[in-house]
Design a binder for this molecule. Sequence first.
Ligand SMILES: [Mg+2]
Length: 308
Amino acid sequence: MLSSYKLYRKPFHPDHFCPIQSLHDLEKVLSQETREEHYILADDSKLTVSFEYFLKYHDPDFCFSLGFAENSGQLFYELENQRIISEEKGLHIHDGLVLGNLISFHRKKTGELIRLLDKKDYHGVKGIVCPMKVGKTKALFLDRDGVINIDKGYVYRPADLEFNPGIFDFLLHAQKLNFELHVLTNQSGVARGLYREEDVKKLHFMMNEEFKKAGVLIKTWSYCLFHDEALLHHYKLKSILRKPKAGMLLSLCQSYAFDFDQSLMIGDKLSDVLEFRGLRTVLLQGEYPLHSSPVKVCKSLEELSLIL
Ligand SMILES: [Mg+2]
């Protein structure tokens, strides 16, 4: 069974949804030539067609590749003009995650990607499904303000940058344990008109230089500039990039194959607990209330380093 997926971000189109009740239906859809892409929604537990049969005996004239993945909680976002409008859709979508299995194949003639999910739950839904690319990279995903540096509220001036005491030792220790380091930070100060993206980039460059001098290699710096109550229209967006949504992490999954069982997210706010099934999070107690935290809270980086 094929289990590798690339991250797929193209929105569904309702016209591409087709009811599949039998192998005949499936073949009929496959034989259509008019659409560029198909998204077929089906549920193997309810169908008369056996996907196992189909995977084994598919007509090689139809498709050159077939894939099946037992769904482990791929993210699903319903979109309208790239904005999230709902995260609850039927039996097979809970909390923004698709719980049904995914089956995909490329038609031989055009190389189209076809996915099979449950028609009744997805009828008319436009959205994106993001299957996770997984691999062997053990990663530490780090919030920035309050974890790497002291959170003074919208830090963007170099003069306001103050590294968290112990962060260098902590990250050196993490590197020794083979964690790859990735920063994921919400920077809504840009949406709020307080500073510019250029300021974020400059500060990250500066921080990165300091880390390099100390032998700490931060692999990537991801940031989300959007906010749904932004002052600046350009950034007024309920973005899937903004934590606790997992968009920044999903974007990284395009280039990196993480082992999520071995990886860890570290933040200092409840919103750092990403909506990403299977990723463990530990929060560092800072100035934000964490008494209702659903995940472990550590009082210091020293305490945190003991549980890596
Ligand atoms: Mg923070």
